[in-house]
Design a protein around this ligand. Structure first.
Ligand SMILES: Cc1cc2nc3c(=O)[nH]c(=O)nc-3n(C[C@H](O)[C@H](O)[C@H](O)COP(=O)(O)O)c2cc1C
Length: 197
């Protein structure tokens, strides 16, 4: 089969990429974080709404603000990670539709949606963008440690007070230390997860 990217790239992005919980003492630069965003932002979303908003927690002070909201089992891996991304979504994403859509009516159309419709679109598309984020991070040589084990309301109060931005999930970033890595868990086979009709 002809592939659009070579086998080594597929290993980096998927087959050999693992969820990391231990980190080498190598910082993640602002340039690398910007490179991740510069790739992930091209991934598709409904009507190009791109509702994801990201806060990169890097400084020890910002890490301390995040700490009380983490589940116990996620504290050490997060405090030791060179960076932690809060993958969030803006419920008022339609405010910038003028920039994102060639259709002049897009902003108004979205602004008339119900809160439930806006929440569904924002959550669906920011989750997709979170997936693009992790693949982009791997593409620029980072390892990822995604986490949903935290108090969303607490994080929202601490980092997004006075806005319509809500946290979706967290993702530790850095250069993983393979020591003590759990064996990889299995995945469903094609016939278990897919049907061709
Ligand atoms: C949205 C999401 C939430 C997760 N939450 C946690 C978490 O709170 N703590 C944790 O240690 N791992 C968490 N994980 C990591 C998963 O358990 C891990 O990605 C999965 O078992 C596959 O592991 P692998 O990538 O090494 O194959 C989460 C992963 C995702 C994508």
């Amino acid at each position: 089969m002809n592939r659009a990217v070579n086998d080594d790239a597929l290993d980096v992005l998927f087959r050999k990429a693992r969820t990391h919980r231990k980190w080498r003492a190598e910082p993640v630069t602002k340039q690398v974080l910007m490179a991740v965003y510069d790739l992930m932002r091209w991934g598709p979303t409904t009507n190009n709404t791109t509702p994801a908003r990201i806060v990169f927690i890097v400084s020890p002070e910002a890490k301390e603000r995040l700490k009380p909201h983490l589940n116990k089992g996620n504290v050490e891996q997060t405090m030791k990670a060179p960076a932690t991304a809060i993958i969030a979504y803006d419920l008022a994403f339609f405010e910038v539709m003028g920039k994102l859509s060639p259709n002049p009516d897009a902003r108004e159309t979205w602004s008339k949606k119900t809160d439930a419709e806006l929440a569904e679109a924002a959550f669906r598309n920011s989750s997709l963008q979170g997936g693009y984020f992790m693949i982009a991070a791997r593409a620029v040589g980072l390892d990822c440690g995604p986490m949903s084990g935290f108090n969303n309301e607490g994080v929202d109060r601490e980092f997004f007070a006075g806005t319509k931005i809500k946290s979706n999930f967290l993702c530790n970033l850095g250069y993983g230390d393979d020591e003590g890595m759990r064996p990889r868990a299995g995945r469903l086979a094609f016939d278990e997860a897919c049907r061709i009709l």
